[in-house]
Every structure is written in structure tokens, then in C-alpha cells.
Write a protein that binds this ligand. Sequence first.
Ligand SMILES: Cc1ncc(COP(=O)(O)O)c(C=O)c1O
Length: 379
Amino acid sequence: MNWKVYLSDIDLTQKEIQAVTKVLKSRWLTMGEVTQNFEKAFAKFLGVKHALAVASGTAALHLALKALELKPGDEVLLPSLTFVASANAIVYNQAKPVFVDISSLDNLNISVEDLQRKITDKTRTILVVHYAGYPADMVRINQIAQKYNLAVIEDSAHAIGAEINKKKMGTWGDMGCFSFFSNKNLVTGEGGMLVTNSDELAQKLKLLRSHGMTTLTWERHKGQAHCYDVVELGFNYRMTEIESALGIEQLKKLKKNNTKRERLTKFYIKQLKGVSQIKIPFLNYPHQSSFHIFPILLGKGIDRNRFLEEMKKRKIQTSVHYQPVHKFTYYQNNFPEVREISLPNTEYVGKQEVTLPLHPLMTERDVIYVCNSIRKIIK
Ligand SMILES: Cc1ncc(COP(=O)(O)O)c(C=O)c1O
């Protein structure tokens, strides 16, 4: 489809091409010096002690939960309004996902009240998602975690560069998980990062990332080691040097591009003022967002499918974030208790949310075109 306004697009230039070419010419393609440099730069950017590059955001979530050594039946609290990977990572670890509602139609992040209600003696972990890049209430969530002795993992896939009181998201919990999938604020194609301030967790995560092996191919290549032992049942969740080279260049422009996203978001809000059938969440949000996506909520009377079709006719690419995870067949079949739960705000957003185009290559003219189209469709 030849879209007039794309949902997302990437700021890729000659810089990335040169960086990738340099890696190819070096003839060392997997987890070596370039990846170490990316990890260092990422840790510095976040202000965190350890950053470990991994194969995807899903891999980061899988390993973070694995490092907690959950037992079958242990419960992990998470919002149902998230990408399915957040919940899948819990199931990979034989733990049970317990779905929590979002705060309101103004704040689409996990409800601290509902979260507290759902704590049982089997609860071990809170998996927070910073929806659309707007930080969840980590101050209160960490207080609850401390009170009940729970670990906190931040799914920060949307929230690279977002912060509360100048402290970056991903560094508030025990571990932070990032995704560099192609639609994210920082892209490496596939890829992700796991961050933590704990030396002990970092050591465990490093082993789990690479088959539980005590030395890496890179170290053996450099002549620093000959042999290795295998001390854990790990995975191959390594990142390539090609991805890391992209990541280093992308990180350099992240701040500039997040600011561009912020400007466009504010311009959208101005342009949509007075369109009464539409609600814009996160208005006057108290924390710094990374402005990953721009979600709107259609009023009850608007048929979303028809709305999306009309946008498509005008060559505007849109999306939905998200279909609630607890409504998916797999979760209904394998966790029968989710058939009974009611998450009213999540379910409303699941039916009426529309994600409008937002990316650093967009112009104000694009925003005007999208908003004028919305006005016409709704009329
Ligand atoms: C909220 C959220 N969690 C997890 C993921 C999984 O990341 P990845 O696609 O890199 O595996 C994504 C990205 O798609 C996401 O948006």
C-alpha cells in the first residue's frame, strides 16, 4: 500500500550505512567490541551500571524473568493493555500472568489500586509497561513492591529516554527491558537491551544470554581464553555487531528525535482541540514521555473499524495499541480464570483506541492532513 502518511518511519542516514559497512569490512559480525561500545553508551545514557545487548525486547523480558528464578504457579502482575510479548515472557517461565486494569481513560498505565487488590501470597513480581512512552507511577509501584517484597521489571520498550524526576525509565525497577524493533524510538531491526544496577543480576543475565557459557566466542577469538564451562541452561539471545553499530548511531540522535516527537504530539493536540468525539489520553501528564506513539480514543458512538477504513481510504496508516492480552484465545484457553475477569478501562481502550501516525520524519503538514481527515470522517 502506498501510504500518504506512514504510521512510523525511521531516521536512517549515511551515518548508519557507514557504521554497518565498517562492521562488515571488519569481518567480525557477532557480539564483540562494537556491541560492548553500544552497551557502554546505552548504560551511560540511562545512568545505569549494567546494560546487556540482547536479540530482542522479548528476549530481554524472558531473561529478566528467568533471572528471578520463578517457580511454577508464581504470579506476575502486569497490565493487559500491552504487547503480547510482555505476557508471553511470563508464561515462558512457567509463571502465571495476572492481568491488571489501567488507571483511567486519561492515564493508560497500570492502575496502582487494581494492582494492590490483585496481590496474593503467590505474587512475586510486578511487570510494568510504560504505555506509549508515558512513565507508569514508579514511585508508588516501588513502595508497594518493597512492602510485599516483590521484584519489579520495567517493560520499557516504548519508553527509551522517558523519565521521572530526571531518572530514566528502565532504571526504576530491578531490571529494565528495551526493544529496538523497527518501529521503536531507537531501531536496530531486531534487538533489545537489558539494564540493571545489580552486579549479581547482571552476572546471571550475562550467562543466560549465551548458553550459560563462562567465556564468550569474542574472548576466545581475542586469545583471552581457550575453554569454557556451561553453568546454566541458557539461550542464544546475543546481539550482532551490525545491530550494535546501528544502535550506536541511533542513540546519538535519540534526544533530537524524541524532541521532534514531542513537538508533533503537542501540534496534534492543538489541531484536535474541539473535536469532541475524540479523547486524547495523557494530557498534562506529570512525567517526561518519550512520545513513542500517539493514541486517541474514539467516543462510544464511533465504529472503529469504519473509522480505520476511512483513514485507509485517505492513505493514512493507523494501528491499534492494544487488543487486551487477556482476550486472546491462547490466554482464554490456558488461563481459564481470565475469562471471568473484568478490566473495564482496558476493554474500552481495546475497542476504541486508534494510534495515529507519529515519527521523526513527519511534518506539521502531515499532522494537519491527518487531523482534517479525522474531522471529515467524524462529521
Ligand atoms: C510493550 C512491548 N513489550 C515488548 C515488546 C517486544 O519487543 P521485541 O519486538 O523487540 O521482541 C514490544 C515491541 O514490539 C513492546 O511494544
